[in-house]
Design a protein around this ligand. Structure first.
Ligand SMILES: C[S@@+](CC[C@H](N)C(=O)[O-])C[C@H]1O[C@@H](n2cnc3c(N)ncnc32)[C@H](O)[C@@H]1O
Length: 259
């Protein structure tokens, strides 16, 4: 399944009221949104028709989040769905997540693009290839290690995989508190040592299996406050619906779907 098809079906599944997109380019992913939307890109060139209530920020995501009241367009509502697809370097994607998570609640969904590079040159920090993921795949390992409370679902979409993050916690400071140490450890010169589970996609879920799982209902009804829900009930529902993929190293299986 192509990544935009997955995103389209995810929008349909969770019907976000608010959507934040980092990295817009031509608007191919932004055109999917029908929600109240904020989109951020220092160099967008929209060629697709857009059908959402949109505020566009021509800025880098770091500069955008440094603004006072950056998310005013959402009128105090949490971000229901975020798509992080801006600068393809690990530390930028991690900072994007830290900034996004502050404006989420447990029923929010955060999706990262380009988390499953197909080869080592594609994952280089110094761009060498036309299709480029950079080293953002390191976010998976970082979140497993520093945020065992999150539910992490790498998804085997084309061309370069997605990561769906569920049960975010706006109060968590674990990533911010350890940011300097994480940078020091993960920012290393090319060539990158991309783990096998990433290159062969052994850690990833089938997109159809993820989209058709019953746990999305916990998110939508929780968001609408129709039913009492929490990060814990959501994580349990995901665990029931999706066993960890076979290619996930054993000691990491628990933390794939932790809580
Ligand atoms: C891969 S494209 C986005 C594609 C789009 N999300 C889609 O799926 O159709 C990446 C975009 O990120 C933007 N970008 C680069 N650095 C950025 C940054 N620091 N903050 C936000 N966007 C950035 C680039 O200008 C580029 O348009």
């Amino acid at each position: 399944m192509q990544r935009h098809e997955f995103l389209r079906r995810l929008h349909r599944q969770i019907k976000p009221k608010t959507y934040l997109e980092i990295g817009v380019n031509s608007g191919a992913s932004l055109r999917i949104s029908r929600a109240r939307t904020i989109a951020i890109d220092p160099e967008f060139k929209i060629i697709h028709p857009l059908r959402c209530n949109l505020v566009m920020a021509k800025a880098t995501s770091d500069d955008f989040f440094a603004r006072e009241n950056a998310l005013a367009h959402f009128r105090g509502k949490p971000i229901d769905l975020a798509f992080i697809d801006g600068m393809h370097l690990f530390e930028f994607a991690l900072r994007d997540f830290i900034n996004v998570e502050r404006a989420t609640d447990w029923a929010s969904v955060v999706v990262f693009d380009d988390m499953l590079p197909r080869n080592v040159p594609e994952a280089a920090r110094d761009r060498q290839t036309r299709a480029w993921t950079g080293d953002v795949y390191k976010v998976i390992h970082t979140l497993r290690e520093h945020r065992p409370d999150l539910v992490l679902l790498p998804v085997d979409t084309q061309p370069t995989g997605l990561l769906v993050v569920l049960a975010p916690d706006p109060a968590s400071t674990a990533l911010k508190d350890n940011y300097d140490e994480i940078e020091k450890r993960y920012i290393v010169p090319d060539p990158q040592d991309v783990p096998d589970e990433i290159l062969n996609r052994g850690c990833a879920y089938d997109p159809e299996q993820v989209l058709s799982a019953p746990f999305w209902d916990v998110i939508t009804s929780g968001r609408e406050k129709k039913r009492k829900g929490s990060a814990k009930t959501l994580a349990a529902a995901v665990r029931d619906a999706l066993p960890a993929p076979k290619g996930t190293p054993k000691r990491k299986r628990r933390s794939m779907l932790s809580r």
